[in-house]
Design a protein. Structure first.
Length: 72
């Protein structure tokens, strides 16, 4: 599933990142989001907010659509 389809307060493992858009891939990877990374979805609206390691990030739905996750 895509991160945008996730439920708030659930823990997910990143399975894959779409590599079609190199700019989006660079932004996502610069946040430390790589396959195998664990994240917690904290908020879905107005932006996606999630916690990775000890940091919180906010991204738009466009980037959230590029991140494929599975529930832990």
């Amino acid at each position: 599933m895509r991160l945008t389809d996730g439920k708030v307060d659930n823990i997910y493992i990143v399975e894959a990142i779409d590599i079609d858009d190199k700019d989006a891939l660079n932004k996502i990877s610069s946040m430390g989001i790589l396959p195998g990374t664990e994240l917690i979805l904290l908020q879905k609206k107005p932006t996606l907010v999630f916690k990775v390691y000890n940091s919180r990030f906010a991204i738009d739905n466009f980037l959230g659509e590029k991140i494929h996750v599975r529930a832990l």
